[in-house]
Design a protein around this ligand. Sequence first.
Ligand SMILES: Nc1ncnc2c1ncn2[C@@H]1O[C@H](COP(=O)(O)OP(=O)(O)OP(=O)(O)O)[C@@H](O)[C@H]1O
Length: 280
Amino acid sequence: MNVLPFLVVQNDALLRAHGVTIEYPSGRGTVRATHEVSFDVWRGDRFVLLGPSGCGKSTLLKAVGGFIAPRAGSLMLNDRPILKPGPDRIVVFQEFDQLPPWKTVKQNVMFPLLAGGAARKEAEARALHWIAKVGLGRFVDAYPHTLSGGMKARVAIARALAMQPQILLMDEPFAALDALTRRRMQEELQALWEEARFTMLFVTHSIEEALVVGNRILLLSPHPGRVRAEINSHQFGLHSAGSPEFQAAANRIHGLLFGPEDTAGRPGRHGDRNRQAVPT
Ligand SMILES: Nc1ncnc2c1ncn2[C@@H]1O[C@H](COP(=O)(O)OP(=O)(O)OP(=O)(O)O)[C@@H](O)[C@H]1O
């Protein structure tokens, strides 16, 4: 097995998930959403959780957000257990209509800063900075209903980054957009990352999006989600989408996700034994 350098043990992971099992109560007992999932996210990572519908991606993201607690295992941010939501973890969802419609773009971005205690002047400066960064400098006074889906996505990203979170949590943020806009948003997200180097945990069920957006990808098995493999994808970007290497990586991931479990390894304690570094 070809073990890639990113798997070298390090001690300064920003986010550490260890043996995370999450269950929901249901009428007939409990539904197990994830089973002993482990992964580490380093500062500056664009870490993607990839897997089929129902494998527990959003559940993991919500647990990192502090909205639900694991049944077993632990989630640590900066070596501290995650026990509740906090401004160090900001979530961007795909429902951009979460932007209050009575607030302008600037007011939308300023709102959580003011709620968090920032002075008005500082909140305004930070809002304008990030609004410009996402290319909406001319729309600071526009209301959400006058914006396209892509523009609303940009406002949501600006609002999240203005909060200066330790980690940006993105739950299929571009899934509701048309294909061309989605492409463009992936490109813009990459450009923003090149500039600001924030840490991101990104959920998607699109293999192509995972390869374009991520530098590391955790593949989860169908329900309940277990780690199937972890791959290094930093060499891909929009420029390489469609290339033979990109296509080969996508096919390989497809095989790992949907092929027989033995091709990806057997489940092990905390999901560690079924983790493998996959040369792409
Ligand atoms: N609030 C809930 N109560 C009960 N079961 C839930 C709840 N939320 C999620 N589940 C179940 O947990 C499992 C994982 O759901 P989750 O939404 O995390 O998956 P996902 O991988 O994000 O799927 P998708 O890509 O379709 O959004 C599913 O079986 C789902 O039905």
